[in-house]
Design a protein around this ligand. Structure first.
Ligand SMILES: *Cc1c(COP(=O)(O)O)cnc(C)c1O
Length: 452
């Protein structure tokens, strides 16, 4: 990695924040913004670069969240900024469905090339992850002529009506927002840390889900199986080895479209372009968003040409889908991922973080760290009630929140997740430098010690 940062990569927070400017903005916000939108941190952003976020009162925070896995190349990557400036000076929008332009085609070509599998592919672009997921389901239904969609426990696929239905967790994502779309079925995930039988293999966990599909739905009724290869909001759950390949194989045997939702895990995040590549799985359709365009809103469905081309002309689209500025940003962000080898960087981050936190876990013995998991720059710690790690594995959401709060107070932005709210997830921009990463981990380690 060879990166020149625009902002000094240094954490520095005052004892008392939010400062006056953030407080003033918070007051304006309370009177103007819907309460249903929550924010993790109480400060307002002025600038961001590399692994650092500056607030409006002069505090600088280490960013371990990347705006939820979005700013993989940083929040103001020079290549992305340049490409965006160049594009906005020419045209901001024409609508691809009215007057098309090259950027859209170039992004489609790039996605067809980067996604796993040597088969003929097509891509269609949208704005958000949820929109990509909805469209993947639409495509699968038209292509198969079937209705049922299978999703997994702990899944997160978005907040629109169909994707809420696919999402597992009620509070806060679904609660009170029903009724939800029909023909969605949920089957058990492979969640190694929480398996009743810790000996269960990935393949056996897959057979457990498959049996449920066969008995409760009927394989020939299923249009699609959708899965996050590493689950995001559900707790950064990495299924046991063999789980994904068996599910994909079952889908293939039964004419079911296998959709990998790589909205969070894609684009170098896990140390590969896409997380399915860790087990050599080739999805029929793959949904992408978040890290794709250096912070600009863009999403995509990429997959087998015969599936995407099964949809009638005019059946897919949207006013802003594949916006030219977002496409320019995506091409630049992908180039940065290539030139800076951010896949390699993600693997380095994994070894640094797992090394340090693994040592800490061993030192704390049967303490609060129940599980340490993840791939690349998508890593998590699952916290349990002290002494329950090897036995009852009782989730401890309270200690998780305390640790995240401690980190924030010291100037490290940390996100939590998980069905039980007891997981801290680490999603640093992959362009973060070693020193800043180490400083952030020092804080996290102190926070865990202080709460052990
Ligand atoms: C974030 C996310 C979504 C939804 O993306 P939005 O852009 O917020 O609509 C869908 N699937 C996964 C796996 C996600 O992490």
């Amino acid at each position: 990695m060879d990166i020149t940062y625009r902002l000094e990569q240094k954490r520095q927070v005052l004892k008392d924040f939010p400062g006056p400017k953030s407080l003033e903005l918070a007051a304006r916000r309370a009177a103007s913004v819907a309460k249903g939108v929550a924010s993790t941190v109480p400060v307002y952003v002025a600038d961001a670069d590399g692994g650092i976020i500056h607030d409006v009162d002069g505090n600088s925070f280490i960013d371990f969240g990347s705006g939820i896995a979005v700013t993989t190349v940083g929040a103001s990557d020079a290549a992305v900024v340049g490409a965006v400036k160049e594009q906005v000076e020419h045209f901001t929008h024409t609508c691809f469905m009215v007057s098309p332009y090259e950027g859209y085609v170039a992004v489609a070509e790039k996605l067809n090339q980067l996604t796993p599998g040597e088969h003929e592919k097509r891509t269609v672009l949208f704005n958000s992850g949820a929109e990509a997921v909805e469209n993947a389901v639409k495509i699968a239904r038209v292509a198969t002529g079937r209705n049922a969609v299978v999703a997994f426990d702990h899944a997160y696929h978005g907040r629109t009506n169909l994707t809420m239905g696919l999402t597992a967790k009620a509070m806060p994502y679904k609660y009170g927002f029903g009724p939800f779309a029909s023909e969605i079925y949920r089957v058990p995930m492979s969640y190694p840390f929480r398996e009743e039988n810790p000996q269960i293999t990935g393949k056996e966990a897959a057979e457990r889900a498959i049996l449920m599909i066969q008995k409760q739905i009927g394989s020939d009724q299923v249009a699609a199986i959708i899965i996050e290869p590493v689950q995001g909001e559900g707790g950064f759950i990495v299924p046991a080895e063999g789980f994904l390949p068996r599910i994909a194989e079952f889908a293939k045997e039964n004419g079911i479209v296998f959709i990998a939702d790589e909205v969070q895990s894609g684009f170098c995040r896990t140390g590969e372009w896409f997380a399915v590549q860790h087990e050599g799985v080739v999805p029929d359709l793959i949904t992408t968003a978040k890290g794709i365009a250096g912070g600009m809103p863009l999403s995509a469905v990429t997959g087998r040409a015969e599936l995407l081309d099964a949809v009638h002309g005019g059946g897919l689209g949207g006013t802003y889908g594949g916006n030219p500025v977002a496409c320019a940003a995506a091409l630049a962000a992908i180039e940065t991922m290539e030139t800076q080898d951010l896949r390699g960087r993600a693997r380095e981050i994994e070894s640094i973080v797992k090394g340090r936190l693994g040592t800490l876990r061993d030192e704390l013995g049967d303490g609060i760290i129940g599980d340490l998991r993840g791939r690349g720059g998508m890593l998590a710690i699952e916290f349990v009630k002290k002494g329950s790690a090897g036995t009852t594995k009782q989730p401890d959401a309270e200690v998780t929140k305390k640790i995240a709060d401690y980190c924030l107070k010291e100037g490290v932005i940390i996100l939590t997740c998980g069905t039980y709210g007891n997981v801290i997830r680490l999603l640093p921009p992959l362009v973060i430098g070693d020193e800043l990463l180490a400083d952030g981990l020092d804080v996290l380690e102190a926070a865990i010690r202080a709460n052990s």
